[in-house]
Design a protein around this ligand. Sequence first.
Ligand code: EPZ
Length: 422
Amino acid sequence: MAYYIINGGNRLEGSVTVSGAKNAALAIIPAAILAGESCRLENLPRIEDVNMLEHILLKIGASVESTADGGMRIDPRGISNYHVTFDMVSKMRASYYLLGALLGRYGHAEIALPGGCAIGQRPIDQHIKGLRALGAEVSIEHGIVKAKARELVGADIYLDMASVGATINIMLAAVAARGQTIISNAAKEPHVVDTANFLNMMGAQVKGAGTDIIRVNGGMRLHGCTYAIIPDQIEAGTYMIAAAATRGDVVLNNIIPTHLEAISAKLMESGVTVFEGDDGREFYMRVSCDNRPRAVNIKTLPYPGFPTDLQQPMMAMLAKADGNSYIVENIFESRFNHVSELQRMGANINVNGRTATVEGTKSLAGAPLYASDLRAGAALIVAALSADGRSEVHNVEYIDRGYEYLEEKLRALGADITRVEE
Ligand code: EPZ
């Protein structure tokens, strides 16, 4: 167990390089199973969830080597076991992508149900609906999802909600299905597009990713490739929010501005200066704030709306904004577990169902804080950085899942943060 000690009040200043996208990596690593040869992935974040996924691939027989530049080489040809047990899944719930990947490659997959987590029930009924539409027999026995298919055949699939996981999982199986699959009401997140681009680099034919209709012409033999994943939209947004919350001045490198439009717009509405530029080689974003941010209203929505993963860090910034902010969490049914921790710092927040009313206060007081999930942890870090005095943020293993080199990056920006191993 470890925790962070943060002495708040320092302005974040300087530049930070955004790592590869966690939610793209967690989809593309399983997708590499579909290739008949080895793939080399670059710009992967070295975070706990990626380490866990690497461990699972090794356990089922794939060969996985980390490369010197932080990349990963995956050769699926040695896979002999299609059973991913609960102890593997319990630490890394996004292993459900192995359902679509193993089913697509071997016609067989047995994955322990990931179950709910701190932010909601997280059902996978839409994943199962899609795989069944492609001709798989899917049953749930003793908490294990068992999927088998002699042959996968393309189908028209309509998603009840624009589920990121279901869109990607169905896409993974559809590239191995004979004929065309159409996924309607598909999720449009950047990591959905990145996964489709990776599949196409392997020789698949996936069209329309990034729109709500994705067409897959399946049955192609997929070859190996080298692929660099996109920068992490949510990590970038978290640093943008932290810069604003500490009235800092931070340049973010390795970003894709279009992925950050919703967060940039909200920060500018709050009075924060957001400048997008490119140095002739790559884009950068500069976020600066000299005055107290103004209150703004947030409604989380599927991409390109305001991302649910930034709702929690944004609330930490708005806890000290000038005025009342209204935050509606439309994606997950219980994504306000960080509120009680912020209240202990003096935040004035009232939750009613899916709406949180945040009455901005002039200051927050440092306190011992306990993260309940990954982005709640990020919210507590943002709050502690902008609070008066000393905070401790516990349960950092949640934060380790999604933020690469967090302590080093924040310290380089001037934060007074120290990780203590208990
Ligand atoms: C992905 O989760 C991300 N995780 C989440 O990021 C992110 O918050 C979420 O997408 C929304 O953007 C990964 O990519 C690994 P969904 P996912 O399916 O795929 C309901 C983080 O912090 N639903 O788009 O599980 C579901 O309960 C994590 O990085 C069903 O009802 O999200 C939720 O209310 C947290 N049935 C809504 O849809 C299903 O079969 C959206 O879920 C699937 C989903």
